[in-house]
Design a protein around this ligand. Structure first.
Ligand code: AMP
Ligand code: ZN
Length: 493
């Protein structure tokens, strides 16, 4: 709408907001949807000003796909918004460097666990850096915390929450009557003593799960007071979270697929021992969807960040794309939306450039000052509202549109610049897309390997169009592929 209309509207909105104080309006406080209570709840840390937060990290058995990175981008936005609101963070994230899949892959590759996981840990850190994801205060591999896991399992054993079978130790879910409270499922009919040994399973397979797995020939294991073995996947998060953050966390977060069984099991393990709530707020990010299917490595429909970037998109555009859909909504990844995201980022950069370089007439247009203030308020209220990033962006873009129009009409004045820049600065503290990244010319070896892995998956699911596209894309970068019986070899032209 034109400036006069906007002006009218903003004055009436302003009168509603005048004399407004945050404290008197509990509705406007920071709040999150809590999976545990199935409600949107006001958030404040339990103790002082520090938020003690745990998020489940990557399983480094392969490259992260953009779906995984959507969840980690959500975690980054959460961190940044908590800090914007004046909180300090003590945030722990694990790196799962031992589980069923890693052991299988490492054995198949003839590598030790560490040799195998190192390359993917490195690739994950590179992806996070490209997406400007802040490093948690503690980012730490599971295998460095075996003693903490053993201690926790020994404690559960002493409390009678476990039983042994053939050298493995299982969690007896019947010992924890609240089992199912996070996923809101009634598991009371589950047959006592039925067990599940795999790390990943779904509700239909809900059973007593393995805390400590007996050694198998050729597999890595640790000697310990509870016998030789290796941890099941779920125990590491309970152990690491409580080791660093204490018995009750403020926030525990991860992707929606972790609600069951992973987080349900974390609750059982932690609360079974301490009798205290393990986490006050449980936040879960919805999935990124590709061609109406959840992006997943096991389904074989995955796209890596390296794959997208090698099509020429700047990483900031992907960051913007992953951040722009509120985390509790599914994000549909299409071939077009990186382009749309890149355009949106460009629009904001152009606006910033105009603000910084154009000469404007002296003075201030009062209505624009009001609009900048309203945009800031709407931006903040939207983020406070369970990180509604779509609304927050709408507030910024609406202002940018009006300000651009005002500039063209000569109605934007020099004193309108600082509030506009202030709005952009606040926006960028969270979204962090205005600064262009230096493009590292050419593809790294890791990027080439990731694309080859993606191509192999495409071929396996008979998506030859995609496989060909990847081969062409690599050829354009001077990478020649040679398919052999043992897999694909490559060299630089
Ligand atoms: P993983 O490496 O499998 O342990 O997963 C790392 C994170 O990515 C977890 O928080 C998962 O819940 C999350 N995740 C897995 N698939 C998707 C997806 N398609 N979209 C968003 N997040 C996902
Ligand atoms: Zn976890």
């Amino acid at each position: 709408h034109s400036p006069p209309e906007a002006q009218k509207r903003c004055l009436s909105v302003l009168s509603r907001f005048s004399g407004y104080h945050k404290k008197d309006h509990p509705l406007m406080a920071l709040r999150f949807y809590n999976t545990l209570t199935q409600r949107v709840e006001e958030f404040a840390p339990l103790e002082g000003n520090t938020v003690r937060m745990y998020t489940c990290g990557p399983t480094v058995w392969n490259y992260a796909h953009v779906g995984n990175l959507r969840t980690f981008t959500f975690v980054d936005l959460l961190r940044r918004w908590l800090r914007y609101r004046g909180y300090r963070l003590d945030h722990v994230m694990n790196i799962t460097d031992v589980d069923d899949r890693i052991i299988q892959q490492a054995l198949a590759a003839g590598k030790t666990l560490t040799e195998y996981t190192e390359q993917y840990t490195q690739a994950f850190l590179e992806d996070c850096a490209a997406l400007r994801l802040e490093r948690p205060e503690r980012l730490t591999p599971a295998t460095e915390h075996i003693p903490a896991m053993v201690k926790l399992i020994a404690g559960l054993r002493a409390k009678g929450c476990t039983y042994d079978s053939e050298g493995s130790i299982y969690y007896r879910i019947a010992s924890f009557p609240e089992y199912g409270k996070l996923s809101h499922t009634d598991f009371s009919g589950i047959r006592a003593g039925a067990r599940v040994d795999t790390d990943r399973y779904d509700k239909a397979d809900a059973r007593d799960f393995a805390l400590w797995k007996a050694p198998k020939p050729g597999e890595p294991f640790w000697e310990s007071e509870i016998g030789p073995g290796r941890p099941g996947w779920h125990i590491e998060c309970s152990a690491m979270a409580m080791h660093y953050l204490g018995e009750t966390l403020d926030i525990h977060a991860g992707g929606i697929d972790l609600v069951f069984p992973h987080h349900e099991n974390e609750i059982a393990q932690s609360e079974g021992l301490t009798g205290k709530p393990f986490a006050r707020f449980w936040l879960h990010a919805e999935h990124l969807i590709l061609e109406s299917q959840t992006m997943s490595k096991s389904l074989g429909n995955f796209i890596t960040l390296r794959g997208v970037l090698s099509q020429g998109y700047p990483p900031e555009a992907i960051r913007y794309l992953l951040a722009s859909v509120p985390y509790r909504k599914r994000l549909n990844f299409t071939a077009d939306n990186p382009k749309a995201a890149a355009t949106a980022v460009e629009r904001l950069r152009n606006f910033e450039l105009r603000l910084k370089t154009e000469k404007f007439p002296e003075g201030a247009s009062e209505w624009l000052q009001v609009r900048a203030e309203q945009a800031r308020q709407r931006f903040e209220e939207s983020m406070d509202d369970d990180l509604n990033t779509a609304e927050a962006l709408a507030a910024v873009f609406e202002f940018v549109r009006e300000a651009n129009t005002a500039m063209d009409a000569g109605d934007f004045r020099s004193a309108n610049v600082p509030p506009a820049l202030d709005l952009l600065e606040r926006f960028d503290r969270i979204f962090d897309v205005l600064r262009p990244s230096e493009h590292a010319g050419g593809l790294s070896d890791a990027a080439v390997e990731a694309l080859i892995a993606e191509r192999a998956q495409a071929r396996a699911r008979r998506d030859f169009a995609r496989a060909d596209q990847i081969r062409k894309q690599l050829a354009e970068q001077g990478i020649i592929l040679e398919d052999t019986k043992g897999g694909t070899r490559w060299k630089r032209h």
